[in-house]
Design a protein around this ligand. Structure first.
Ligand code: HEM
Length: 227
């Protein structure tokens, strides 16, 4: 167990495990969002099921723990790498997007975290949190909130920019997790890169469907505003 906390590979291992759990959460969350495009009733049923029930609260706490460990260890690893390399920085002459993402993982992670704070204020705070504190304004059905949010152009832009950042973070993150967890032989090197791109693209594009679809509906109905 000691190696997990006191070696660089141990810390990378923890990053990979928490990152993989977060990717699984993203795949679930993205699929749930796609339901909204087809049926507001079905989406609201899922939202109510995931409200302030004990199992949903336990899942939220586990998720928050996963995010916290991922961010703390990410900070630790980044600082450690910086101290080890000095002024040299991330050494790679390659200019492909993955390499760019690799060099900017921490900044990308910070931007994702900032977006997440805005996102939780937009939804979780008004839904599960409001229900937990028995607020009379608690909203159980999320469809109205999502559809209303994407009637504001500024949020459509913020969410799409956020998803773009997430895409970059995942292109390197998923690849890196595979490497750390042992899928790093020569034959699989390129394939794992490809898989990382596919996973990142499915997640980012899947999430982008809601802002794009509902802003298009608002544009057609003349209900779109900037703020
Ligand atoms: C257009 C994209 C997205 C939409 C429309 C959306 C919508 C929502 C809604 C409605 C909720 C509240 C559900 C509830 O409390 O029952 C929620 C919660 C949440 N979302 Fe998103 N989401 C999006 C993208 C993302 C992304 C990209 C991330 C992560 C990077 C994320 C992370 C979370 C987290 C951590 C929660 C709290 C989950 C919990 O209560 O356990 N979401 N989202």
């Amino acid at each position: 167990m000691y190696w997990l906390f006191n070696s660089s590979i141990g810390r990378k291992f923890i990053m990979s495990i928490t990152g993989t759990c977060l990717v699984l959460f993203l795949l679930f969350h993205m699929t749930m969002n796609l339901v909204l495009v087809f049926s507001t009733e079905a989406y609201d049923m899922i939202c109510e099921f995931l409200g302030a029930n004990w199992y949903a609260v336990v899942a939220t706490l586990a998720l928050a723990g996963g995010f916290a460990i991922h961010i703390l260890y990410g900070t630790w690893l980044t600082l450690q790498n910086k101290w080890a390399r000095g002024a040299e920085g991330y050494s790679s002459g390659n200019k492909t997007p993955t390499e760019w993402a690799a060099k900017n993982m921490y900044v990308l992670g910070l931007l994702i975290f900032l977006g997440l704070v805005v996102h939780l204020c937009n939804f979780w705070y008004k839904m599960q949190f409001a229900e937990l504190i028995h607020s009379p304004d608690a909203i159980a059905a999320g469809s109205g909130l999502v559809i209303e949010l994407f009637s504001k152009g500024i949020y459509v832009v913020i969410y799409l920019a956020w998803l773009w950042t997430l895409w970059f973070h995942l292109t390197h993150g998923v690849w890196s997790a595979f490497q750390t967890l042992g899928w790093n032989n020569k034959t699989w090197y390129k394939r794992v890169h490809f898989i990382a791109y596919i996973v990142a693209t499915i997640i980012a594009l899947g999430f982008a469907v809601c802002p794009i679809y509902f802003s298009a509906v608002h544009l057609c109905n003349g209900t779109m505003t900037l703020f």
